[in-house]
Design a protein. Sequence first.
Length: 423
Amino acid sequence: MSPRITVAIIAFIFSFDALATESFAQPAGDPQKPGVVIDASQFDSIQAALDAVPVSGGKVVLPAKTIELQTPLIIKTERTRLTGAGAATHLVNKNEQGQPAIHIRAEGYEKNKKMRLWQVQLDNFQISGNPKSGSGIFAQGIQEIFIQGVSVHHHGEHGIFLDFCYEDPRVSDCLMTYNKQAGLNLVGNHDIVVNGNHFEENYDAVRCLDGFNLTMNGNNLDDHLGNGIVIENTYGSVVSGNMIEECNGWAIILDRDCYGITLSSNVIAHDMKGGIDLRDAWGCTICANTFTLVHHAAVRVSSNSGRINISANTFCNSDMGGAIKRKINHKNPLQLDAGAGIVLGKTEDILISGNMFSGMDTSAVTCNSEDCKRIHIVGNLVTDFGRKSKNQSVPFDVPKKDSVQLHNNMIGPGKMERAEFKK
């Protein structure tokens, strides 16, 4: 290639790049052009900055300061991104009439619930509320909503409430704490991603109701006044790789027509009422979880649930080769050493295989009904069971009938007599 042609090509590339820059890079704060970046500090209010976003969308940049809100911020424009400077951008919801800090919905949504907005994003700021405020973020009918890096705390209702945000809602890397109801409340959503969040001391951490295809991975849930994760009327979902600790209720509840859900590779610890409660769940898998220091029941299968596979889980107390790490007597029940197994109601078609049960307070598997059937318990290892039973326990307290099968289980000693239990 000749030098003259090479120079011409380079000149063309630079001229095209300059043309692209001139066409798409718009002046900050100009609401009449597409792709705008609006500096909210240049407006009389944050609401005025949001109202300045054109129909083509834009980014509203919040200042690094504390901003008090008496009424909700309303986002009503598609392709709007509201972003801040991290924790230095602090929205304080002062409303005491149950209003949210941020309300996202199409204009006219109150009269027509079929209206939708697309692609609203919130990131990098914090929102605090008060006992009489509503939710921190309340989104209605928003498709492909994306909330990332937001801290939402101390609200009178939910931290984040996504109401029929049907298409692909995503909540990641957020912190939801000290909210009076759920940290994250999901109603009527589909293809949901909840990833890498922290939840602490809300009432419930997460509620997912009337939806499907929940993917919840890598979250940390701690110290909840109610339950960890409540899933109702939802199918085809996976909850895996989460740390769920010290809930006063259950770690995970499946209720009201749940089916086709996998609960896998979670660590469930110190939960007061129990680990996983299958109240109305069918065709579900519980595998590779670790249940430690769980009280009453690590897995409970009710009479409204069945066709459940419970495999390759570890059920244990705080035994460390003969020494008990946690206290045998403590004024706080959550701090007591405990080990719970599986409790079955009047259920059917249950496979319990390849599990490790050690340090059980009572039996590894208990069936509370003589009418359960097609219960197959195979290839499990049970040791140190019946630790808190008044009488001699059995490893599997299940009916003796043809439809309850026990095969190839290895049984170690029960009701270990250690010095710790005599104190």
